[in-house]
Design a protein around this ligand. Structure first.
Ligand SMILES: Cc1cc2nc3c(=O)[nH]c(=O)nc-3n(C[C@H](O)[C@H](O)[C@H](O)COP(=O)(O)OP(=O)(O)OC[C@H]3O[C@@H](n4cnc5c(N)ncnc54)[C@H](O)[C@@H]3O)c2cc1C
Length: 428
């Protein structure tokens, strides 16, 4: 075939966190790996990636953080009873939280790829052909790359992966700034996971979908403040988020002085379906539905899961008689085993409930959530509970919740019955 190079073992499409995480792990397995991306792999990523301290420590990547906070709190009204600080009604999380140094994380993966002689291709993938022996990807400029397996890591709207349509996607939206302010908008050295206090809102606004502040002291007199809405369909628009951030500040007589960086319009799909697990290509990252439906986080999961998936792919590729679809099948079984699919259904079931909650209900829900044991809520948010432990955590939270939250949790609407059914009997 014209315009091709030597056939590869794996071609990864995309150089976001998903693409680089899996390409570098595959490189460690001594496979011939190529990466194709529409952009330069070292182009700066647009988002800020956060992670819990213990999670990053367990993974051994604490050196890739550029900020770490021990004073981690939320403001949920009354505060979770056991953890409440009498001083200011803050719910104390008693856990570290960190922000990745995006550049370092990216370089870490790129260096690992280079050490493993990963081949870099630049271009937009447009066509895919998979036969019994190989897969062929063609770019918009006509270049063809032959590989045994394709991993589509092209983000939330994947170029080739077949993802079922399960109805409206819940989207988390955010408006954020890194800036200097006339006085500190949060306490020194503090990280605020969620500030749901709403005394700056009018009675009309309180009836609209709730939003919260995610905020951190970045040092040198700078703070990152982000007005955020949990996953919703339709999402809260960015104009509303911006105006709420400014009225929150105005209510405290705080002025924005210099803006260093603005995240103006962030859309994060929270409940993307699990892709079709019978297709002859694989996905990784946002494309493969790996975003945690409760937190929107992905990077911890990528770091945790890439090595085992890469090992499984290497084993499958070493069996020379395996076709691309047999290799992909082994990969999907590793990526989405039954236990994870059941948990995903349960998380998505929970998200459906939260999408319907009004402001007071939502705050009371989170108060009950953070009344779980510290270990339980942390492992809930990092998706490291077993299915039984997850059910147990949800049941404990239900028992602790006040009546109006219990009632909201019991009401069955929309696709909730289907999601419960997926929990009992996950689709293949
Ligand atoms: C605002 C925001 C904040 C977030 N915060 C966090 C956080 O704090 N912690 C966390 O863990 N996660 C967070 N996430 C979630 C997640 O980590 C990111 O969304 C992440 O960027 C998804 O990675 P990805 O590699 O799957 O896709 P992307 O980062 O979207 O990368 C896709 C890649 O595919 C390439 N591509 C696309 N189409 C083609 C094509 N046709 N041909 C070739 N290449 C193509 C693109 O050029 C790009 O390189 C956040 C997400 C958002 C939106």
């Amino acid at each position: 075939m014209a315009n091709t190079d030597t056939p590869m073992d794996v071609l990864v499409i995309g150089t976001g966190p998903g693409g680089l995480a899996i390409a570098s792990a595959l490189g460690q397995e001594n496979l011939n790996v190529a990466v194709l991306s529409a952009n330069d792999p070292s182009e700066p990523w647009p988002y800020t990636y956060g992670i819990w301290g213990e999670e990053v420590d367990e993974l051994g990547f604490e050196n890739l953080l550029n900020h770490r906070w021990s004073k981690t709190v939320s403001y949920l009204g009354e505060g979770a009873k056991e953890n409440i600080s009498p001083k200011n009604n803050a719910t104390l999380h008693n856990r570290d939280y960190g922000l990745f140094d995006k550049k370092k994380l990216q370089e870490h993966w790129i260096n690992k790829c280079n050490q493993a002689s990963v081949q870099w291709y630049r271009g937009k993938a447009t066509k895919l052909e998979v036969n019994e022996f190989n897969s062929i990807v063609e770019t918009s400029s006509g270049k063809k790359i032959i590989s045994k397996l394709i991993i589509d890591a092209s983000g939330y709207d994947p170029v080739f992966l077949n993802v079922p349509n399960n109805g409206e996607v819940a989207v988390q939206t955010c408006y954020g700034i890194v800036a200097e302010f006339s006085r500190p908008p949060i306490e020194e050295n503090q990280f605020v996971l969620m500030d749901y206090r709403s005394n700056h809102l009018s009675e009309r606004e309180k009836k609209e979908p709730p939003t919260f502040l995610y905020a951190m002291d970045m040092g040198n007199g700078k703070y990152f403040l982000e007005e955020t809405s949990l996953g919703l369909a339709p999402p809260v628009d960015i104009k509303t988020l911006k105006s709420r951030l400014y009225s929150r500040l105005k209510n405290k007589n705080i002025e924005v002085l210099n803006i260093d960086n603005e995240e103006n319009g962030v859309y994060l799909p929270m409940n993307l379906p699990i892709p079709d697990l019978n297709q002859p290509i694989l996905g990784f990252g946002g494309s493969a539905g790996m975003v945690h439906p409760a937190s929107g986080y992905l990077v911890g999961g990528l770091l945790r899961r890439a090595p085992s998936l890469a090992k499984e792919i290497a084993l499958a590729i070493k069996e020379k008689s395996n076709s691309p679809s047999e290799i992909a099948k082994r990969g999907w079984e590793n990526l989405w085993p039954k236990e994870l699919r059941r948990k995903q259904a349960l998380y998505q079931f929970g998200l459906e409930k939260l999408m319907r909650f009004k402001e007071v209900q939502l705050r009371e829900f989170f108060i009950s959530f953070f009344s779980l044991s510290n270990e339980q809520w942390y492992r809930f948010l990092t998706n490291t509970l077993t299915t039984n432990e997850l059910v147990n955590a949800m049941w404990t939270m239900f028992k602790k919740a006040p009546l109006k939250v219990k009632w909201g949790l019991m009401e069955m609407k929309g696709r909730e019955i289907n999601l419960l059914w997926n929990f009992i009997k996950p689709n293949v």
